[in-house]
Structure formats: structure tokens, C-alpha cells
Design a protein around this ligand. Structure first.
Ligand code: CDP
Length: 213
């Protein structure tokens, strides 16, 4: 079973995705970490993330064993990731890795922006997770502050709005809800309530599909 989770920045996809994967004993991939890692490598080599040629070279040379690097969560990398992610050739270079990750049995949970629309359009279950920009900024600000990263909530909100706008308006695999995705608005839900709502949606979808694995 493949579960596709998409949504805007800091919507809680990662936390939810991990818990859903544990619940169903599936593998889990945070696909944002791929774009963040490309951005890290581009910046690390002193290049400009707005340059498609160097972004593509880094995407092709990406070392997947570095995807768990906690430094990938740094706020500046979100912005640079969104820049490299706007190039179709970069997305194409990262596509095979994501599909290969999703394929082995018993399946996987992938979260990102285009999982239900481009990477795994045949996923058995698709969730589109959102919350208001203000609520998302509040959560991401709390997370960064707890990790000791100095930043203001206003900066976090501005970053989220800028990235959402770029991710939604780009030509290549823009962020959008797949026609067959369940919408999960977590603005007024804590993580436990969001998890319970997600499990209900997934079990309903699997019941409709007529099998449970
Ligand atoms: O965790 P957060 O929601 O802040 O971002 P992320 O999921 O780590 O993604 C960082 C950036 O990578 C996003 O703003 C997107 O531009 C890009 N991305 C994408 O284009 N496609 C994906 N499947 C995942 C991320």
C-alpha cells in the first residue's frame, strides 16, 4: 500500500507521515529532504540555488545516505530547496529514487508536494494536509526555537508564504490537491487528533478499495 501525503510548508506532513508509517508498518520518505539536500550541496559548493545547471548536477550526484542529516531542517534551506525544486530537470533527476523507494512491499508513506499528482498517482490513499499559514508558522516557530535556532515568528510566516506561493505557481509539478485526495485541515487539531482523523480517512479509503494491505 502506498500512502501519499501532500501539503504546503510546515503543515505537519512529516510528523503525521512518520506516525502513519509506524502504524501500518510501512517505510517512510520525507521527499522534502531530497530537495533540501540538493540545496545544501549547491550552497556548500558556493553555487547559486537559482542556477538550474548546478542544481541539476547536485541532484544527479545526490548521496541518499545523507538524507537524515538534521542540518537539512535549517530554515534557509527551505527557501533554497524551493528554488531548486522549481526546475523540471531537478525534479526529473529525483523521480526514480522516489518511485523506487515506494515500490517494495508492503509499501510506503511518502510526503511532499507532488506525491499524489506526479510521483505516485496510483497511490491507494492520498491525503492533502493543510492549516492556515498563521498556525503553520506558529508550529514551525516552536519547533525551530526548541531546536535552538534563533528566528522570529514573523520571519517564519514570511518564509512559509513565499515558498507556498512559489510551490503553487511553478510550472513543474505545482503543489495542489489531487482530485482523489482527502483534505485534512489541521488548523484546529493537535497532533493526536490529526493522526486519528488521518487513520479514519486511510481505513475508509482502504475499505473502499476492498483490501487492507
Ligand atoms: O518541511 P517543510 O514543509 O518546510 O518543507 P519540505 O517538505 O522539507 O520541502 C522543502 C521544499 O522542497 C518545498 O518548499 C518545496 O519547494 C520542495 N519540495 C517539492 O517541491 N516537492 C516535494 N515532493 C517535496 C518538497
Amino acid at each position: 500500500m502506498i500512502i501519499a501525503i501532500d501539503g504546503p510548508a510546515a503543515s505537519g506532513k512529516g510528523t503525521l507521515g512518520k506516525r502513519i508509517a509506524e502504524h501500518y508498518r510501512l517505510a517512510y520518505l520525507d521527499t522534502g529532504s531530497l530537495y533540501r539536500a540538493v540545496a545544501r550541496d549547491v550552497l556548500g559548493q558556493g553555487h547559486d540555488p537559482a542556477d538550474p545547471a548546478t542544481a541539476l548536477a547536485s541532484a544527479k550526484a545526490l548521496d541518499a545516505s545523507t538524507l537524515g542529516d538534521p542540518a537539512l531542517r535549517a530554515p534557509g534551506l527551505g527557501e533554497a530547496a524551493s528554488l531548486v525544486a522549481s526546475f523540471p530537470e531537478v525534479r526529473q533527476a529525483l523521480l526514480a529514487y522516489q518511485r523506487a523507494f515506494a515500490r517494495p512491499r508492503p509499501g510506503a508513506v511518502l510526503d511532499g508536494r507532488d506525491i499524489g499528482t506526479v510521483i505516485c498517482p496510483d497511490a491507494q490513499v492520498k491525503l492533502f494536509v493543510t492549516a492556515t499559514p498563521e498556525e503553520r508558522a506558529r508550529r514551525r516557530y516552536r519547533e525551530l526555537t526548541q531546536a535552538g535556532i534563533p528566528i522570529s515568528e514573523a520571519e517564519v510566516l514570511a518564509d512559509i508564504r513565499r515558498r507556498d506561493e512559489r510551490d503553487r505557481s511553478r510550472a513543474a509539478a505545482p503543489l495542489r490537491q489531487a482530485a482523489d485526495a482527502y483534505l485534512l485541515d489541521t488548523t484546529n487539531l493537535d497532533i493526536d487528533a490529526a493522526f486519528t482523523a488521518a487513520i479514519d480517512m486511510i481505513d475508509t479509503a482502504m475499505g473502499r478499495a476492498g483490501h487492507a494491505s
